[in-house]
Design a protein around this ligand. Structure first.
Ligand SMILES: Cc1ncc(COP(=O)(O)O)c(C=O)c1O
Length: 392
């Protein structure tokens, strides 16, 4: 049976062109970037060139890019790094006064858990609500900022419901108020344009494996002048901000993946949005189906729908029997069988949130696959509805 992958938001396959670019850095060009000999310098050159490519995509300077292992690490570094640096350097917080951080209520678990850890360690956290489409209201950001606020972190686009947040407006407010603005762009990086200058972004997270690069590479953009404290201490790599021998093959792959995404962004965005809209139209013909997320401001590759009275997990298993791979929400939390906090935050009842399905499209998605999915899904939904003990 041919398998169909509709879970590109969880991870993507490595593009063959990326793999080819990476290969020499596992074998002939395997040097350590900190070594002074030619092997080291060869690796260092590749690292510098990669940094330039990544910086160019978002209109940053190369020295503002810190390579990490993942978006999880970058998000931890952003929140904890800013928090700890403030506590150390800002005399306002040398007494018992708690510094304050604002996040949204639909952030990825790695932001949520970092914020929770900071709350346990004496920082004050505000979680902003979102509207029924999952959008943060910039006015809420403005109202939440106090004289103790040091950082606002609002994701660029939701990994679950695809909603694109008004980060340009939020960035502007943060700049006016003198508060750092961080955005988790793991799902948008390489898919839609980002300009850290125009958008007033001070810190930004991205992950290679979400955009046809390898796993094991991420980045944190940190605007020059923003103070952060490192979390990994050691040999002083990445300008002292992230010690550990640099993963050159993965970073070279990350850069090649970025070049490809940049070159193909416009065309691929239009192609995916067309497929997405066709899929949404088809799915909404199923009785009771409801689209989650913003109908207009959403990622070109994301569809999230709820079906009353059926379990999302049963849907996934039945779709898998037809060779179709989807997800109920974020890959990290979908194994927990708890209703998604993101769907609850946009106002879904727990039983509605349980019946949700995320379909995320990508480079290999074809019209034929969409057609097959739209043929199979109504049958599965019908079958599961009949079996369901709930009647909504
Ligand atoms: C929005 C968002 N942030 C962070 C992450 C974590 O990414 P990584 O797997 O690179 O740690 C993900 C991945 O699921 C994500 O979608």
């Amino acid at each position: 049976m041919k398998r169909i992958y509709f879970d590109y938001a969880a991870t993507t396959p490595v593009d063959k062109r990326v793999l080819k670019e990476m290969e020499p850095y596992f074998s002939e060009k395997f040097g350590n970037t900190m070594s002074l000999h030619s092997f080291g310098q060869e690796a260092k050159l590749a690292l510098d060139q990669s940094r330039q490519v990544l910086a160019d995509l978002i209109n940053a300077k190369p020295n503002e890019i810190i390579f990490t292992s993942s978006a999880t690490e970058s998000n931890n570094l952003a929140l904890k790094g800013v928090a700890l640096a403030t506590r150390k350097l800002d005399s306002r917080f040398h007494g018992n006064d708690n510094a304050h951080i604002v996040i949204s209520s639909i952030e990825h678990p790695c932001i949520m858990e970092s914020a929770k850890w900071l709350a346990k360690n004496g920082f004050e956290i505000t979680k902003l609500p979102v509207d029924k489409y999952g959008r943060v209201n910039p006015k809420d950001v403005e109202r939440a900022i106090t004289e103790k606020t040091i950082l606002v972190s609002v994701m660029h686009a939701s990994n679950e419901i695809g909603t694109i947040e008004p980060i340009e407006e939020i960035g502007k407010i943060c700049r006016q108020k003198g508060v750092y603005f961080h955005t988790d762009a793991s799902q948008s990086f390489g898919k839609i344009p980002i300009d850290v200058e125009e958008m007033n972004i001070d810190l930004l997270t991205a992950s290679s494996h979400k955009m046809y690069g390898p796993k094991g590479a991420g980045l944190l953009y940190v605007r020059n002048g923003v103070k952060i404290e490192p979390i990994l201490h050691g040999g002083g790599q990445e300008n002292g901000m992230r010690s550990s021998t640099v993963n050159v093959p993965a970073i070279v792959g990350f850069a090649k993946a970025t070049e490809i995404c940049k070159a193909e962004m416009k065309r691929e965005g239009v192609r995916l949005a067309k497929l997405r809209d066709k899929l949404i139209k088809g799915v909404l013909k199923i009785k009771g189906a409801k689209l989650n997320g913003d109908p207009r401001n959403r990622l070109p590759n994301n569809i999230n729908v709820s079906f009353p009275s059926i379990e999302g997990e049963s849907l996934i298993i039945h779709l898998d029997l037809y060779g179709i791979a989807c997800s109920t929400g974020s890959a990290c939390s979908s194994a927990k069988l708890e209703p998604s906090y993101v769907l609850l935050a946009i106002g879904l009842k727990p039983e509605e949130a349980h019946g949700s399905l995320r379909i995320s499209l990508g480079r290999q998605t074809t019209e034929k696959e969409i057609g097959y999915f739209l043929k199979v899904l109504p049958k599965i939904v019908e079958k599961l509805k009949k079996m369901s003990p709930f009647k909504l």
